[in-house]
Design a binder for this molecule. Structure first.
Ligand code: NOJ
Length: 569
């Protein structure tokens, strides 16, 4: 009796502490201020990112097992133009060249991911460890350190061993929690003497929603209204277990940090004077970022998710909520399991309330009762979903500060794409994007947000998941049509390099000269690229052959039309 009473009291106290840690975010205060000239705190870290499946290639080499992405990409109709990551940038073979590129840029860190099936082909530590895979990551880490580049390692960037998907149903099955923990433990054992920054999961929102709700991503499941919630539940538990393993077994020896990388768009209320729009925008963020961040910082799902999914499940005649429930023990186990928060951010949406009546069909999207809108004036150079809205970044960072007790943040992803056919290395749009987004991050730091580092996405053009190679996020252009996969610097390489060497934006005169200078250097790279016979061929097709054929068609139709007219007269 007494024990139960004490337990209850402890829970109550925890709840009070947790609620008082959640500050209020001022929705109405959206300052869209002009460019801020200034520098970042000393020791601020600058880096670039990549992931295994997107860049390594060598999909079936040196004993690597299949991942769900290898299998998914080989199925017809899943990826744009049926492309695969089989060879991609050949990063597995060219990592030395890539490290030289990073050294040239004077980067502080490189974020990459370890392919689980490359080191554990069947997914299980108890079955077989692929020493060739281990050697590859050892060599990569050692060379980075030799070049004073800090490795920031993601354990799961979406490439689950296929065997685990087939045998157990992957993230739909709770057994993944301990299999993932064994894999992580092996990584700590083999690499932890040199790696001090670990990211358990990359973008669990995408794994859950795109992999298990809409099926656009591997494993391609369309379990609407349930699959995403279940996958997320197991991912959160897996993250917490890995954090505890590190804490108990490795932390005192290795002195590293364990974080997670959450990606979220910002949601801005359409009408700031309408309380319901503000609530809809808040729901948008809680269903995106809060879904994962709130359990990890405060021990449970956001109240608003529990309410909405619970109510909708009831209306659908279900006996229990489709959103799984954490037991009290699980809540205290997962709470506080982030040493730093990795944050990925690209874009913003306007949000307004929209009621989805029950019977509309279960889905994560209908559960939120909201609609997303965009401003057609926002620039969108590449990916369809990616509008450049720099002020949203500052808003998101301040939101994180207010909700999760101002945690240590590393920006783990931020960048912009262009379309595949664009072979212009003078990427003005990317320089503009970096300049403005990084500046908003600087303003957020001035607001008191605890951001310690920034990772530009990505080092190279690479396999952009279901979009194949049709969208290019790289600072370096990769010529995928050439079997050597040569890399060419875009102008943004020079631009980012200047930001890094000045640790920010020293003054107007200097910053304005950066773009000009970067464009000067990129014209020579453009010439190099044009000299590449294959690219030359591509350009000939798009710039000469297509227009000529079109003109001929028009001329021929005109002649034919005149001929017809004459016959009639
Ligand atoms: C998030 C993913 O983590 C990354 O793999 C992808 O390339 C970028 N977004 C851009 O879509």
């Amino acid at each position: 009796m007494l024990r139960r009473g004490i337990l209850k009291l402890v829970h109550l106290l925890a709840l009070v502490v947790c609620v008082s840690a959640v500050g209020d975010f001022d929705w109405t205060r959206n300052e869209k201020t002009s460019f801020y000239y200034g520098t970042f705190p000393t020791g601020f870290l600058w880096g670039v990112g990549s992931s295994a499946y997107q860049t390594e290639g060598a999909w079936n080499k040196d004993g690597k097992g299949m991942s769900i992405w290898d299998v998914f990409a080989h199925k017809k109709g899943k990826i744009s133009s049926n492309e695969t990551g089989d060879s991609s940038c050949d990063g597995y073979y060219k990592f030395k060249d890539d490290i030289s590129l990073m050294k040239e840029m004077k980067l502080n860190h490189y974020r990459f991911s370890i392919s689980w099936p490359r080191i554990l082909p069947s997914g299980l530590k108890s079955e077989h460890i692929n020493e060739k895979g281990i050697k590859y990551y050892n060599d990569l880490i050692d060379l980075l350190l030799d070049n004073t580049i800090t490795p920031v390692v993601t354990l799961y960037h979406w490439d689950l061993p296929q065997v685990l998907q087939e045998k157990y149903g992957g993230w739909q099955n709770e057994s993944m929690v301990s299999y993932f923990n064994d894999f992580a433990d092996l990584c700590f054992e083999r690499f932890g003497n040199r790696v001090k920054h670990w990211i358990t999961f990359n973008n669990p929102w995408s794994i859950s929603v795109e992999g298990h709700e809409t099926g656009e991503h591997a494993p391609g499941l369309k379990l609407r209204g349930t699959g995403a919630y279940k996958a997320a539940h197991h991912i959160i538990k897996a993250h917490a277990k890995v954090w505890h393993t590190y804490d108990m077994k490795w932390r005192s020896k290795q002195k590293g940090l364990i974080g997670i990388s959450l990606t979220a768009d910002w949601g801005e209320p359409v009408d700031m004077s309408n309380q319901r729009d503000i609530e809809a925008a808040e729901r948008y963020i809680h269903f995106y970022l809060g879904w994962f961040a709130t359990p990890l910082f405060h021990g449970d799902y956001p109240q608003v998710m529990k309410e909405y999914v619970g109510r909708k499940s009831g209306q659908q005649g279900l006996g229990a909520s489709r959103l799984p429930v954490f037991s009290p023990q699980e809540k205290s186990y997962i709470r506080g399991t982030v040493d730093f928060l990795g944050l990925g951010h690209y874009t913003t949406r306007y949000v307004t309330e929209k009621n989805y009546p029950s019977g509309f069909g279960d889905s994560y999207f209908a559960d939120r009762d909201l609609a997303e809108l965009v401003d057609p004036q926002w620039p969108d150079p590449g990916s369809e979903w990616l509008y450049s809205v720099p002020w949203g970044f500052r808003r998101l960072l301040n939101f994180v500060k207010s909700q999760y007790g101002n945690p240590m943040i590393y920006v783990t992803e931020n960048g912009v794409s262009e379309k595949m056919l664009c072979t212009d290395l003078c990427d003005d749009w990317r320089m503009q994007y970096f300049r403005e987004y990084i500046n908003e991050m600087l303003k957020a730091i001035k607001d008191g947000v605890n951001v310690k580092g920034y990772t530009a996405w990505s080092l190279l053009d690479s396999f952009e998941w279901d979009e194949g190679f049709s969208e290019r996020f790289g600072l370096y252009f990769v010529d995928f049509t050439n079997k050597d996969k040569p890399r060419y610097p875009k102008a943004s390489v020079q631009f980012y390099k200047r930001i890094i060497s000045s640790n920010g934006f020293p003054n107007q005169r200097e910053v304005e000269s950066w773009k000009r200078k970067a464009v000067e250097t990129c014209s020579s790279s453009n010439q190099l690229l044009a000299a590449d016979p294959l690219i030359g061929h591509m350009e000939m097709v798009t710039e000469i052959v297509v227009p000529t054929v079109c003109t001929l068609c028009i001329l021929l139709s005109a002649v034919f039309f005149m001929f017809l007219l004459r016959r009639r007269l």
